[in-house]
Design a protein around this ligand. Structure first.
Ligand code: G1P
Length: 292
């Protein structure tokens, strides 16, 4: 089945990003010239996904506004003949993109957040994209698009992974693929998955990056998933149950991931995206030389 929908959980308060996230959502913090969330939506579109479900919180209205039409601003730009800027503005919500919003009333964890999108997703398979993470592609095909194709061909859920140093495994979901050596862009069946294991108990150093393709069955499993790591309802735990019923594959990222939820990851993303920016890239590279 084709994957055309994605759930973006954006209800988290972003405490790791204070003070920047005090009055604006952390997802609205700018990387180069766009808010982080815009990159994630563009990644979804590039993977053939055109329905986005934002699982959000009352303090995060700016995200909904960003994906809405701003009539006043459009009319004003048109009146002033600023047509290039008008295009930039309109490009934030490309034709065909459908954005729905659902509230997560209480912060009970990622699994709970995803389950809030159930009524909108229905029976369709869907992507989960954690907007803290940016995935920069090197080729034309996106990793998420490849994962969606693998799902379409095999019916197996797809979980994006990448190796991290062992002293960082306790920050992530960690997968067991029985020692298979995955090259970038390859997949392998998952045998176990553990949320934020202590280093000694980690089955590998392959961490979940924050991109998933899941069948709708995951909602029923989330209903019966008790609180896990950190006392929260964990998506990872529901995926572990899914693995007892059907194939779940780990897919090793080909692009680069940036964890914009932490400050150094955010700075690195700014560098990487600044250097690749079609208009600013070469001037930015020259500028950086002054700081070496
Ligand atoms: C979540 C997931 C975790 C995953 C991580 C990726 O954790 O629960 O499995 O590895 O995102 O960023 P969080 O960062 O929300 O604590």
């Amino acid at each position: 089945m084709k994957v055309t929908k994605a759930v973006l959980p954006v209800a988290g308060l972003g405490t790791r990003f204070l003070p920047a996230s005090k009055a604006i959502p952390k997802e609205m913090v700018t990387v180069v010239d766009k808010p982080v969330i815009q990159y994630v939506v563009e990644e979804a579109l590039a993977a053939g996904i055109n329905e986005i479900v934002l699982v959000t919180h009352s303090s995060k209205r700016a995200i909904e506004d960003h994906f809405d039409t701003n009539y006043e601003l459009e009319a004003e730009l048109e009146r002033r003949g600023k047509l290039e800027l008008l295009e930039v503005l309109k490009d934030t919500v490309p034709a065909g993109l459908k954005v729905s919003v659902v509230r997560q009333g209480s912060a009970l964890g990622l699994g709970h957040a995803i389950n809030c999108a159930r009524a909108i997703i229905g029976d369709a398979p869907f992507a989960v994209m954690l907007p803290d993470v940016l995935v920069q592609q090197s080729g034309t095909r996106t990793d998420l698009g490849v994962m969606a194709e693998h799902f379409h061909e095999t019916g197996n859920a797809q979980i994006m992974v990448e190796p991290v140093p062992y002293d960082q495994v306790s920050s992530y979901g960690v997968v067991d693929i029985k020692g298979v050596e995955l090259e970038a862009g390859e997949g392998a069946p998952m045998h176990r998955v553990v949320e934020k294991p202590p280093r000694e108990e980690a089955p590998s150093n392959l961490s979940i990056v924050g991109r998933y393709i899941l069948p709708a069955r995951i909602f029923e499993l989330l209903d019966n998933t008790p609180p896990g790591a950190g006392g929260e309802i964990q998506l990872t735990d529901a995926i572990a149950t899914l693995m007892t019923e059907q194939g779940v594959d780990a897919f090793r990222i080909r692009g680069r991931s940036f964890d914009c939820g932490n400050k150094l990851g955010y700075l690195e993303a700014t560098l990487a995206y600044g250097l690749k920016h079609p208009k600013l890239g070469s001037d930015f590279r020259a500028l950086l030389k002054q700081y070496q």
